[in-house]
Design a protein around this ligand. Structure first.
Ligand code: AMP
Ligand code: MG
Length: 404
C-alpha cells in the first residue's frame, strides 16, 4: 500500500479502478443528466424543407435587380402548411418564419425592409442576397450524420436534439450503485435530538445528495458504530454495489476501525493518506473487487474529497467524455491560508471584475475542515498546489467551478 502520495497520483489510482456500468434504455424526456451510451446518427434531414428564417416576402431576385420595385402578393404562406403553387415573375408571397419557401422564389425580404401598397402589393426597397433568409433543407443535418457521441451528458438542448430527430428511446449508462456508510458512535439520525456528546449525521445525507447530483444511485445509506462487529454488519449489507463510500473512521484515532476491519475481511488497500488538506487521511482500495473509498469524517473533508475523487470516478464508470472539471485562472482578492507542502483546497466565491483578469475569487471565511457552512456559499474550489509557498491577495490561482 502506498502512503502519503500526491493528489494527482491518488486521483489517478481512484480513476483507474473504474469499471463501466451497464446500459439501460430510457425515454428521451426522462434522460436529463444521464450519460449517453450510444452514438446518435441522424435518420433525418434537418431542416426537413427549405423554409423562411424571417417574417417577410419570398421573392424572385431577378425581379428586384432594380429597386424600389412593386410586386403583386400572390400567396400567403403561414408556418405549418404545405404550399404547392409557384410564384411567377412580378409576384411575391407573404411568408412567415418556418414556413416552406415556395417554388420560383430564391430569397426572403424581411417585412421591415418592405412597404405595403394597399392589400395586394408590396414595395421592395433593396435587392436581397441570393438565398437571403432561407434555411435550406439539410443545412444542419442529413441522414447518416453523427450528431451526438456516446459519453455525452444529456442536457436540455440534447433532449431538444432527440425530439428534433424523433428519437424517443435511447441507451444510457446505468447509474453506479453506491453504498454510503457513515461511521461514528457520536452520530444520530438528522430527525433525532442529539444526546450528550452526540451530533447529527450530516455527511450521510450530504454524500447521498452529491452522489445523486453526480449521476450515481445512493442505494444503500448506512451507519456503522465504531466497533469491528458493527462495521462488519454494515459491510455485509453493501455487497451488491459498484462503490462503497465510507465517511469517518479512517484517521489515526483509537476507534478508527474502518481500515483495520476491512483488512480483516481481505481488503486490498491501494493507498492511505494523500498530501492534501483537507482530506489527508483519505483511503482507497478494494473489498471483494468493489472499490472502497474512505473519506475523512470532517464535513468539509468529506464533501471536498467527494468532489475531487468520487464525482470523477462515477463519471468514469458511466463512460462520460469529461471526467475531471477544468481548472481556470482567477485573481485572488484576499490572503488565503496555504498549508506548506500539502495540496490545499480552499472554498471560494467567484465574481467578475471590470478590469483584467475578469474573474476574481475570494474565500468563504474560516477554512477549518469541520465548518460545513464554508462549503455552502462556495461556488468554486481553489486548487493550491503542494509547491506553492503562499497564496497572497493579488496572486493568480487556479479554480474549479462547482455545479452541484
Ligand atoms: P473521523 O474521521 O471519524 O475521525 O471524524 C472526524 C470528525 O468528523 C469528528 O469530529 C466527527 O464527529 C465528524 N464526523 C464524522 N462523521 C460525521 C458525519 N457523518 N456527520 C457529521 N460529522 C461527522
Ligand atoms: Mg469517527
Amino acid at each position: 500500500m502506498r502512503t502519503f502520495i500526491s493528489f494527482d497520483e491518488a486521483r489517478q489510482i481512484v480513476l483507474q479502478s473504474a469499471v463501466r456500468t451497464g446500459t439501460e434504455t430510457v425515454s428521451f424526456d426522462q434522460a436529463l443528466g444521464r450519460t449517453l451510451a450510444q452514438h446518435i446518427v441522424s435518420q433525418d434531414t434537418v431542416p426537413p424543407f427549405d423554409n423562411s428564417a424571417m417574417d417577410g416576402f419570398a421573392v424572385r431576385r431577378a425581379d428586384t435587380a432594380e429597386t424600389p420595385v412593386r410586386l403583386e402578393i400572390a400567396a400567403d404562406i403561414p408556418a405549418g402548411i404545405e404550399f404547392t403553387g409557384t410564384i411567377e415573375g412580378g409576384q411575391a408571397a407573404r411568408i412567415m418564419t418556418g414556413a416552406p419557401v415556395p417554388d420560383g422564389t430564391d430569397a426572403v425580404v424581411p417585412v421591415e425592409k418592405t412597404r405595403m401598397d394597399g392589400d395586394t402589393g408590396v414595395w421592395i426597397d433593396e435587392t436581397p442576397r441570393k438565398s437571403a433568409h432561407i434555411r435550406r433543407a439539410g443545412e444542419e443535418l442529413i441522414e447518416g450524420d453523427l450528431v451526438l457521441e456516446s459519453g455525452l451528458v444529456v442536457t436540455p438542448p440534447v433532449i431538444g436534439v432527440f425530439a428534433t430527430l424523433g428519437i424517443t428511446k435511447l441507451m444510457v449508462s446505468a447509474a453506479p450503485r453506491v453504498a454510503i456508510i457513515s461511521t461514528g458512535d457520536e452520530l444520530v439520525a438528522p430527525h433525532k435530538k442529539p444526546g450528550p456528546g452526540q451530533i447529527r449525521n450530516s455527511n450521510g445525507p450530504a454524500l447521498a445528495a452529491q452522489t445523486l447530483s453526480a449521476g450515481g444511485n445512493p442505494c444503500r445509506i448506512l451507519h456503522a458504530l465504531d466497533n469491528p462487529a458493527d462495521i462488519r454488519r454494515v459491510i455485509s449489507k453493501a455487497q451488491d454495489v459498484d462503490l462503497i463510500v465510507f465517511s469517518g473512521g479512517v484517521s489515526m484515532g483509537e476507534y478508527d476501525y474502518v481500515r483495520t476491519e476491512l483488512d480483516n475481511m481481505g481488503a486490498r488497500w491501494e493507498f492511505w493518506k494523500v498530501r492534501q488538506r483537507p482530506g489527508k487521511p483519505l483511503a482507497f482500495g478494494y473489498l471483494n473487487d468493489i472499490p472502497v473509498i474512505g473519506l475523512p469524517g470532517n464535513p468539509v473533508s468529506s464533501s471536498i474529497c467527494f468532489e475531487e475523487y468520487v464525482r470523477p470516478l462515477l463519471a468514469q464508470m458511466m463512460g462520460r467524455a469529461n471526467v475531471i472539471r477544468p481548472l481556470e485562472p482567477a485573481l485572488l482578492t484576499m490572503d488565503t491560508p496555504k498549508v506548506e507542502a500539502l495540496y490545499t483546497f480552499a472554498r471560494g466565491v467567484l465574481a467578475v471584475s471590470a478590469g483584467r483578469p475578469k474573474l476574481t475569487v475570494s474565500i468563504t471565511g474560516n477554512q477549518a475542515s469541520n465548518r460545513i457552512t464554508s462549503m455552502v456559499h462556495a461556488d468554486c474550489i481553489l486548487h493550491l498546489p503542494e509547491g506553492l509557498a503562499e497564496a497572497p491577495a493579488g496572486s493568480h490561482v487556479m479554480i474549479e467551478r462547482l455545479e452541484w
